[in-house]
Design a protein around this ligand. Structure first.
Ligand SMILES: Nc1ncnc2c1ncn2[C@@H]1O[C@H](COP(=O)(O)OP(=O)(O)OP(=O)(O)O)[C@@H](O)[C@H]1O
Ligand SMILES: [Mg+2]
Length: 389
């Protein structure tokens, strides 16, 4: 599992190192940097899908994402790093014991190159290593500006002849199973992260429309295939757990499926009603809870599940049931929950099923910079080493 995440120069995350547990709960006041942390994890994931430039562009370009405060050292750069394992989550494959790390540094492109894409990020440096730190002998692939090299099967450095796309990561630019198999391994690990953030539940939300009944082990990020995801959970043996979760949240209610194969929708039979209500008729909070249930009870758990403010539009009464869902998910996969709601954090604390390796990170802000509450000095910061520049 992911042990450590490091972010530097990204919005209010001027210099942040976090250790993750099987379940990591991140809280903090408005503007403390919770969403920035969520987005920085998304950026790391984007490195593995070739969407780094596009993801940064969507949030206004690199210039807006770079830390706007004073730098303590070095040029204005955005750095992201992650250290994986060793150690494993219960029930996961043995090869999860592989330890590896990845670090990326992006900055603004040099002016005067004639490129019209002055808002695009430029990857300045990148390092992939196996082992628990980027020691020179453990580095397996490296990029310094346009120069890329990788270690071959005999451990000798080989210069990669092709110039990489300056705006995208080596994880998608160096795809060579013979020359750099570990780069592929790291790419696959980061690619297997999954994110859910404010799934729409308004009147026109995709989740309110029906979906074709097709095998759907992973709920779409916008929830449009809720009915198919529910059908898949039931088909693959998760029906009892799903029913239990729904009953815990809405005592006496029963989740069902209605419509046709081409236009299936979830439905809820509720106490006192003569007919089940379809997705279009459910309240925002009810629909949102069902979306969380379908997302978190996925029959195909990701390597890492990151959820942003899952409590949004849920009544406090539902938070214990949501906490229970999150705890159950964290027993099958590593989970990061970014939350606004102290009540959700309390409910997670009270849930008997939370994994032993649960961490609570409270973010705060000092002089515009995100800080972790309770850290007194440098000794309290988890170990992290950026690769040499
Ligand atoms: N480029 C930047 N440099 C420094 N700070 C920035 C930059 N861009 C945004 N910020 C600030 O970073 C802070 C963190 O924002 P973020 O959205 O992560 O907060 P949050 O904890 O999710 O808050 P909320 O609970 O309101 O959603 C905000 O105060 C924002 O103004
Ligand atoms: Mg936020």
């Amino acid at each position: 599992m992911i042990r450590t995440v490091a972010v530097e120069g990204y919005r209010s995350l001027h210099d942040l190192v976090l250790e993750l547990g099987a379940l990591t709960v991140v809280t903090g006041g408005n503007g403390s940097g919770k969403s920035s942390l969520y987005r920085s994890l998304r950026l790391l994931h984007a490195c593995s899908t070739g969407a780094l430039a596009g993801t940064l562009a969507q949030e206004g370009g690199l210039a807006s994402a770079l830390w706007a405060g004073q730098r303590r050292r070095g040029p204005v750069r955005l750095r992201l790093g992650v250290q994986h394992g060793p150690g494993h989550v219960r029930g996961r494959l043995a090869d999860d014991d592989v330890a590896f790390g990845y670090a990326l540094e992006v900055g603004l492109p040099q002016l005067g190159t004639g490129s019209p894409f002055v808002r695009d990020p430029e990857v300045k440096a990148e390092t992939v290593w196996v082992g628990d730190a980027p020691r020179p002998r453990d580095v397996v692939a490296e990029r310094r500006g346009p120069s890329v090299r990788a270690r071959d099967a005999d451990d000798a450095w080989v210069q990669v002849p092709r110039d990489p796309d300056p705006t995208e990561s080596l994880l998608t630019e160096l795809v060579d199973p013979l020359l750099a198999p570990q780069v592929l391994l790291v790419r696959e690990r980061l690619r297997a992260w999954r994110f859910y953030d404010h799934v729409r539940t308004d009147a026109d939300a995709p989740a309110r429309r029906g979906s074709v009944l097709t095998r759907t082990p992973v709920l779409a990020a916008d929830g449009r295939d809720l009915a198919a995801a529910v059908a898949t959970i039931r088909h693959l043996g998760g029906g009892d757990q799903l029913a239990e979760v729904v009953d815990r949240a809405f005592p006496g209610s029963v989740l069902g499926l209605g419509g046709t194969d081409e236009h299936a929708t979830v439905s809820m039979t509720q106490d006192g009603l003569q007919r089940p209500l379809s997705a279009a008729e459910l309240s925002d909070g009810t629909l949102r809870f069902l979306l969380w249930a379908a997302a978190l009870l996925t029959p195909r758990p990701p390597a890492l599940m990151v959820v942003n403010e899952p409590e949004t539009s849920l009544h406090p009464d539902l938070l214990p049931a949501l906490a229970h869902l999150l705890a159950a998910a964290a027993r099958r996969t590593q989970v990061v929950v970014v939350s606004h709601a102290p009540a959700l954090v309390d409910a997670l604390g009270a849930d008997a099923d939370v994994p032993a390796d649960t961490r609570h990170v409270a973010l705060g802000k000092e002089l515009g910079e995100t800080v972790v509450a309770g850290r007194e000095g440098p000794l309290d910061v988890p170990a992290w080493h950026w690769p040499g520049r």
